[in-house]
Design a protein around this ligand. Structure first.
Ligand code: NAD
Ligand code: 6OD
Length: 492
C-alpha cells in the first residue's frame, strides 16, 4: 500500500523499473474544490524519463515479452481484481485530484478502469489474424499469414478529465499486446496512475513493464517522452493543439501515433423525440463531469416546433443540478479542474455576452459561503441567440455550457452540426428510427449516438476526424494499433 500511504502523506512519486522514485523538483497537486494543496508530486527530469524508457525496453525484452498470450491475459485480469480490491482508494484519489462527484467516480471512472483490463485481456486471446492461400504465377500455391508482435515501448500521455479511465483505456491494450509502457499522466491528476502501480505489482507484472513519469508538457516529462528516440509509439489523449505539438516532436523519429483530441460536439433534437428522455439525456451530455468530457455536447440544434419548451426544460434541469463538495453523494456538479481552466471557461462566458448571446441560465460563479469559494466552480450555463460563426459556437470550451439553436429542416440541422473543424461525437434524438439511421450516417464524426449518449461498448471503434484525432482505438482497432503485423508468405 506504499502509494496509498504515500498519497495521504502528501507525496506522489515517479514509478520507474518497479520502484517509487523521487524527483529533483516537485510540483503541487491541488484540490479543485477548495484550492488547497493535497500532495507534492515528483517531477521526472530528462534523465529519469530516459531511465523509465530504458527499464521499459529491458522489461519488454525480458519475461513480459516472452509470456504466452494466455498468461498475459491472466495477469491483466489480476490487475482488474487489484483495482476492484482498492476500489475505495481509487475513488478517493480520483475525487481528490479532479473534484468530480464521488458518485461519478464510483459508477464511471473506477469500474471502467477494471473493465478496460478485463475486456482487452479477453479480446487479445480471441483476436484472429488474416491468412490467404495464394496461387503463384507458375501454378504452385503459397500460404500467407500474419503474426502479431508487440511494438516495443509505448509512450502514453493522458489528460485530467477522466484520468484513470483514459489511461487504462490505452495501457490495457498496450500491455495485452506484449508492449511495455511509460505513462505521463496529466500534471493536474497524478494520483491514480501512481496508485495503479500497486495493482500492477500485485498482479505480478514484472518491474519495468509499467512506468510512470510525472511532469508537464513542453520542456518537461511529456516532451521528453514524446521525442524520445527509443519509444516505439505514442498514444495521446488531450487538446488538439497539444496533439499538433506532439506530432512535431515525434516526427524526427517517425513513430506510430494515436490521437484522441478535442471536440465541439453537436446534438440534433427532432420534434418527434421522447421529450423527457431527451432532456434528461442531454442534461447529462452537457453537464456530466462539469462538462469536462471530450464527448460532451456544446452545440444543441432543436427543431423549431419544440425549441422554446426544450430550452425551458433544459434550464429547469440545469438549475436542479446540485453543485457541492465532491465527496458528498448528493453532488451532481463539482468544480472545474483548475484556476487556469476556470479562467478559460469564464473568458468564454464573457465572450458569449460580447457576441450577443441570450443567457438562459448561469454565466457566472456560484457562491457557497465556505471554503468552496476558493475552489474552481462555475455555474451550469445555457445560451441561445448566437450566430453559427460566433467563437463560442466554434471553439471547444470544455465546461458545463451549451448553446441551443433552432432548425427547420433535417438538411439544415445536418449542415449546421457538420459545420466544424472538429469531428468527435454527435447525438440524434428522434423516435423515427429511419431518420435516426439516415442522419447518423451523415454525421462527420467518429461516433454517433441515437437516443443515448456516452453508451460504450469497448469492442467498437473510438476516435475522431479532423481536429478531433487520428486513428481509432477500441476492440481490434486497439490491438492493431498496439502491435506490428508481420506477414509470412510460404511457398508450398
Ligand atoms: P492537454 O492537451 O493540455 O494535456 C494532455 C496531456 O498532454 C497532459 O499530460 C499534458 O501534460 C501533456 N502535454 C501537454 N503539452 C505537451 C507537449 N508539448 N508534449 C507532450 N505532452 C504534452 O489536455 P488536457 O487539458 O489535459 O485535457 C483536455 C483536452 O483533452 C480537451 O481538449 C478534451 O477534449 C481532450 N480530450 C479528448 C478525449 C478524446 O477521447 N478525444 C478524451 C479526453 C479529453
Ligand atoms: O469511453 C472511452 O473509451 C473514451 N475514450 C472516452 C473519452 C472521453 C473523453 O473525455
Amino acid at each position: 500500500m506504499a502509494v496509498v500511504l504515500g498519497y495521504f502523506v502528501k507525496s506522489i512519486q515517479n514509478y520507474i523499473d518497479g520502484r517509487f522514485t523521487p524527483g529533483k523538483t516537485e510540483f503541487a497537486d491541488v484540490n479543485p474544490a477548495d484550492g488547497t494543496t493535497i500532495a507534492q508530486v515528483a517531477e521526472a527530469d530528462a534523465q529519469q524519463v530516459d531511465e523509465a524508457v530504458y527499464a521499459a525496453r529491458q522489461a519488454q525484452h525480458g519475461e513480459w515479452g516472452c509470456l504466452s498470450v494466455r498468461e498475459r491475459a491472466a495477469r491483466l485480469h489480476r490487475v482488474a481484481d487489484a483495482i476492484e480490491k482498492r476500489f475505495a482508494c481509487f475513488v478517493q484519489a480520483e475525487v481528490a485530484d479532479t473534484g468530480k462527484p464521488v458518485s461519478l467516480a464510483s459508477r464511471l471512472d473506477v469500474p471502467r478502469a477494471a473493465a478496460n483490463f478485463r475486456v482487452f485481456a479477453d479480446l487479445v486471446k480471441m483476436a484472429g489474424l488474416e491468412s490467404f492461400q495464394t496461387e503463384t504465377a507458375d501454378g504452385a500455391q503459397a500460404l500467407n499469414y500474419a503474426v502479431r508482435k508487440p511494438l516495443g515501448v509505448v509512450g502514453v500521455i493522458t489528460p485530467w478529465n477522466l484520468p484513470l479511465l483514459l489511461l487504462t483505456w490505452k495501457v490495457a491494450p498496450a500491455l495485452a499486446c506484449g508492449n511495455t509502457v511509460v505513462v505521463k499522466p496529466s500534471e493536474e491528476t497524478p494520483a491514480t496512475a501512481t496508485l495503479l502501480a500497486e495493482a500492477i505489482e500485485e498482479a505480478e507484472i514484472p518491474g519495468g513493464v509499467y512506468n510512470v513519469v510525472h511532469g508537464f508538457g513542453p520542456g518537461s516529462a511529456g516532451e521528453f517522452l514524446s521525442q524520445h528516440p527509443d519509444v516505439n509509439a505514442i498514444t495521446f489523449t488531450g487538446e488538439s493543439r497539444t496533439g499538433a505539438a506532439i506530432m512535431k516532436s515525434v516526427a524526427p523519429t517517425v513513430k506510430p501515433i494515436s490521437f484522441e483530441l478535442g471536440g465541439k460536439n453537436a446534438a440534433i433534437v427532432f420534434a418527434d423525440c421522447n421529450f423527457d428522455e431527451t432532456v434528461k439525456g442531454l442534461s447529462d451530455a452537457v453537464f456530466l463531469n462539469t462538462g469536462q468530457v471530450c464527448l460532451c455536447s456544446e452545440r444543441l440544434y432543436v427543431e423549431r416546433k419544440i425549441f422554446d419548451s426544450f430550452v425551458d426544460a433544459l434550464k429547469v434541469q440545469a438549475e436542479s443540478l446540485h453543485a457541492g463538495w465532491p465527496g458528498d453523494e448528493k453532488t451532481d456538479l463539482g468544480p472545474l479542474i483548475s484556476a487556469q481552466h476556470r479562467e478559460k471557461v469564464l473568458s468564454y462566458y464573457k465572450l458569449a455576452h460580447e457576441e450577443g448571446a441570450t443567457v438562459v441560465t448561469g454565466g457566472g460563479i456560484p457562491t457557497f459561503g465556505d471554503a468552496r469559494d476558493r475552489g474552481f466552480y462555475v455555474q451550469p450555463t445555457i445560451y441561445t441567440g448566437l450566430s453559427e460563426s460566433a467563437r463560442c459556437v466554434k471553439e471547444e470550451i470544455f465546461g458545463p455550457v451549451c448553446h441551443i439553436a433552432p432548425f427547420d429542416s433535417e438538411e439544415e440541422a445536418v449542415a449546421k452540426a457538420n459545420d466544424t473543424r472538429y469531428g468527435l461525437a454527435a447525438s440524434i434524438w428522434t423516435s423515427n428510427l429511419k431518420r435516426g439511421h439516415r442522419v447518423a450516417q451523415q454525421m462527420n464524426v467518429g461516433i454517433t449516438w441515437v437516443n443515448c449518449w456516452f453508451l460504450r461498448d469497448l469492442r467498437t471503434p473510438f476516435g475522431g476526424v479532423g481536429l478531433s484525432g487520428i486513428g481509432r482505438e477500441g476492440g481490434i482497432h486497439s490491438l492493431n494499433f498496439y502491435s506490428e503485423l508481420n506477414n509470412i508468405c510460404i511457398r508450398l
